[in-house]
Design a protein around this ligand. Structure first.
Ligand code: A3P
Length: 310
C-alpha cells in the first residue's frame, strides 16, 4: 500500500511532522507559553521513553491510582507543549501540570528559564533510539522512512526526521544537568530498576507515596500493562496514521536491540561519530559498556579504551 505524502514543517533549524505541529504551535511553545513554577516537564528526544514517563508521572500524580491512566489518553494527560492542541489542553489546567516536550533547549519556552519548574530529561542509547524510530517510521504515515536500515541511519544521524539531531538535543540539554530543577535519567535505569527510578522521581518531585502506591505505579507502568492499555498504546489512533499491524507502538521495550540491526561497519561508523560529537560531554552512560561488548562479540578486542565518556 502506498504511503500517504508526509508533510513536515521547519522551525528554528529543526524538522517536525506537520500532522500535529505547525509553525504557530511551535512559536506558541517557544515564545507565548507561560510556564508555572509548579509545572513538571517530561522532556526527551523522540523514542527515548516519553510515553513511559507520561505513564509514570500520571500514576505518581494520582498516588498510584490507575483510574486516570486507564480512562484518559496519555497525550491529553501529559500533553506536548509544541503540538497544536497545547493551549486547549494546558492553559486552564490546574497546577501542577504534567507536560511533555521534545523541544531542543533553543526552542524551549522562554518563560521556563526564569521559573522553578522541574524537568525530567530521559536519555536512551542513540542506537536503540534509531532502531525504535525505524519501526515507528515504518508503521506511521507521517514520518520519513527508508526500508534500507543503512539509509535510515543516515537520515537519523543527519537529524532530518524529527526534532533535529539526537546529538544536538542531548548535548544542549546536558548543560543543565547540575541544576537542582533538572533530573537526568536514562531509559536503561528505568528498565533495570523501575521501582528505584520511581522513588527517585518521587523524591525529585517531593511526592511522598506509601509503599502500596509505589507498587501500583510500578505495576501499571510495566511494559505489559502499558501494552494492554489502549489509553497509552496508541491503538485509539486510526490505522491510516499508525498501523500497529506493521509494528506495534510499544514494540520490544528493551535495551540493546541495536545489536540485532547494526552491522559491524555501521556500528563502527556510529561509534566514531558518537566519539566525535560527544567528546566534551563528560558523562558516563550505561551504553558505554555495551560499546565494548559488541567489539568483544565481534572478536575485535576491546578498542574502547579511548572512549571519551568511560
Ligand atoms: P521500542 O520501539 O524499542 O520498543 P517514546 O515514547 O519516546 O516514543 O518511546 C517509545 C519506546 O519506549 C518504544 O521502544 C517503547 O516500546 C518503549 N517503552 C514504552 N513504554 C515502555 C515500558 N513500560 N517499558 C519499556 N519500554 C517502554
Amino acid at each position: 500500500m502506498a504511503r500517504p505524502i508526509t508533510h513536515f514543517i521547519e522551525y528554528g533549524g529543526i524538522t517536525l511532522p506537520g500532522l500535529v505541529h505547525n509553525e504557530a504551535s511551535v512559536r506558541y511553545a517557544h515564545q507565548v507559553f507561560q510556564v508555572r513554577d509548579s509545572d513538571v516537564f517530561n522532556l526527551t528526544y523522540p523514542k527515548s521513553g516519553t510515553t513511559w514517563m507520561q505513564e509514570i508521572l500520571t500514576l505518581i500524580h494520582n498516588n498510584g491510582d490507575p483510574t486516570q491512566s486507564q480512562s484518559v489518553p496519555s497525550w491529553e494527560r501529559v500533553p506536548w507543549i509544541e503540538q497544536k492542541t497545547a493551549a486547549e489542553f494546558l492553559e486552564n489546567r490546574p497546577s501542577p501540570r504534567l507536560i511533555s516536550s521534545h523541544l531542543p533547549l533553543s526552542l524551549f519556552p522562554e518563560s521556563f528559564f526564569t521559573s522553578q519548574a522541574k524537568v525530567i530529561y530521559t536519555v536512551r542509547d542513540p542506537r536503540d533510539v534509531c532502531v525504535s524510530l525505524y519501526y515507528y517510521a515504518k508503521m506511521s504515515s507521517f514520518l520519513e522512512y527508508r526500508e534500507n536500515f543503512g539509509e535510515f541511519i543516515e537520515l537519523f544521524t543527519a537529524g532530518k526526521i524529527l526534532f533535529g539531531s539526537w546529538f544536538d538535543h542531548v548535548k544542549a540539554w546536558l548543560t543543565y544537568k547540575d541544576q537542582t530543577n533538572f533530573l537526568l535519567l536514562t531509559y536503561d535505569e528505568l528498565l533495570k530498576d523501575l521501582r528505584g527510578s520511581v522513588l527517585h522521581i518521587c523524591q525529585f518531585l517531593e511526592k511522598d507515596l506509601d509503599a502500596s502506591a509505589v507498587n501500583s505505579v510500578v505495576e501499571n507502568a510495566s511494559f505489559e500493562m502499558m501494552k494492554g492499555n489502549k489509553m497509552v498504546n496508541y491503538s485509539l489512533i486510526s490505522e491510516d496514521i499508525m498501523n500497529h499491524k506493521i509494528s506495534p507502538f510499544l514494540r520490544k521495550g528493551i535495551s540493546g536491540d541495536w545489536k540485532n540491526h547494526f552491522t559491524l561497519e555501521q556500528s563502527d561508523a556510529f561509534r566514531q561519530l558518537y566519539q566525535e560529537k560527544m567528546k566534551d560531554v563528560g558523562i558516563k552512560f550505561p551504553w558505554d559498556e555495551l560499546q565494548s561488548e559488541i567489539h568483544q562479540e565481534f572478536g575485535e578486542g576491546n578498542d574502547n579504551a579511548a572512549f571519551p565518556l568511560s
